[in-house]
Design a protein around this ligand. Structure first.
Ligand code: ATP
Ligand code: MG
Length: 284
């Protein structure tokens, strides 16, 4: 399924990532080919363990694949030296980790500014003020992460990812630790950064409401792309939401039953046989 095009700002071609665990081999990514268009907002959904974080880490140059290629803003990442890879990450990528990854000894403001100052660039104070205002963290900037709530840390991580105007913002469950109001604010914020700043955003989410903010919804199961719903190209947003809902329900089923592995649940995700997100409203 060659889904990559010339204008894609990030792309994976036949990406495979395996982990060895004792005798067993886990195929976290099982031949993923996908492209992400510039200035678009893509959601990646799928059951727990389906490879979402692994795919984002490989696309962002945080992890290397076992085989296949990754291209980021015109640079082929495969085969780059560690040093070159570090530079690409620093200059082209804003990453919001599932677990924030703020430096505990630095204040919120120092954390936000770090990627820009490390790359020897000047901090865009106007953009910084804008981000801090929209994210509502103005009064927390002198605090260290240990003195911030999970939601506040997540917002600091978002500001850090966006302030350098990276080629792509990758966000792994950016609303996972937020109450629904803060979550909505963050999603509105990401949506606006796509619309107003032309930012490219790729976001992992389990939440159909979050996916509804995206132009496109990509669904993974068992390390493969099992659905790709391009809302911007006219696909039905309802179908996209249903797809995410199915994937999520499959995850819940797998977990609740205590027997089905995430991989088992993942198989159901693509078939639309488990659960339904039909009751969910459109959020934009
Ligand atoms: N460092 C590692 N060593 C061994 N296996 C790993 C490692 N990292 C991930 N995996 C495995 O690879 C698969 C994909 O993991 P990944 O973290 O990408 O899933 P995910 O879709 O992000 O899940 P979640 O929704 O729970 O965050 C899982 O089976 C996971 O256990
Ligand atoms: Mg993950």
């Amino acid at each position: 399924m060659p889904a990559t095009k010339g204008e894609d700002i990030a792309a994976a071609a036949d990406l495979v990532k395996t982990y060895r665990q004792g005798e067993a081999q886990i195929r976290a990514l099982d031949g993923v080919s996908v492209g992400f268009a510039r200035g678009r907002f893509t959601a990646i959904a799928g059951p727990s363990g389906s490879g979402k974080s692994t795919l984002m880490h490989c696309l962002a140059g945080l992890d290397s694949a076992t085989s296949g290629q990754v291209t980021l803003d015109g640079t082929e990442l495969t085969g780059l030296s560690d040093r070159a890879l570090t530079r690409v990450r620093r200059d082209k990528v804003g990453f919001v980790f599932q677990s924030f990854n703020l430096l505990p000894q630095l204040t919120a403001l120092e954390n936000i500014a770090l990627p820009v100052t490390m790359s020897g660039r000047r901090l865009d104070h106007e953009l910084l003020d804008h981000l801090v205002g929209v994210l509502g963290i103005g009064d927390r900037l002198s605090h260290r992460p240990g003195e911030l709530s999970g939601g506040q840390q997540q917002r600091v991580a978002l500001a850090r990812a966006l302030v350098a105007r990276p080629a792509v913002v990758f966000a792994d469950e950016p609303t996972g630790n937020l109450d629904s109001r803060s979550g909505t604010e963050v999603l509105d914020f990401l949506r606006r950064s796509v619309r107003d700043l032309g930012q490219t955003v790729v976001m992992v989410t389990h939440d159909p409401r979050a996916a509804a903010y995206a132009d496109r919804v990509l669904v993974l199961a068992d390390g493969r792309v099992v659905d790709d719903v391009d809302v911007a190209a006219g696909a039905d947003v309802g179908r996209a939401l249903q797809t995410v809902g199915n994937a999520r329900t499959a995850t819940d089923v797998g977990t609740a039953a205590g027997v089905g592995t995430a991989a088992d649940a993942g198989t159901a995700a693509g078939t639309g046989t488990v659960g339904s997100a039909g009751s969910l409203g459109r959020t934009r």
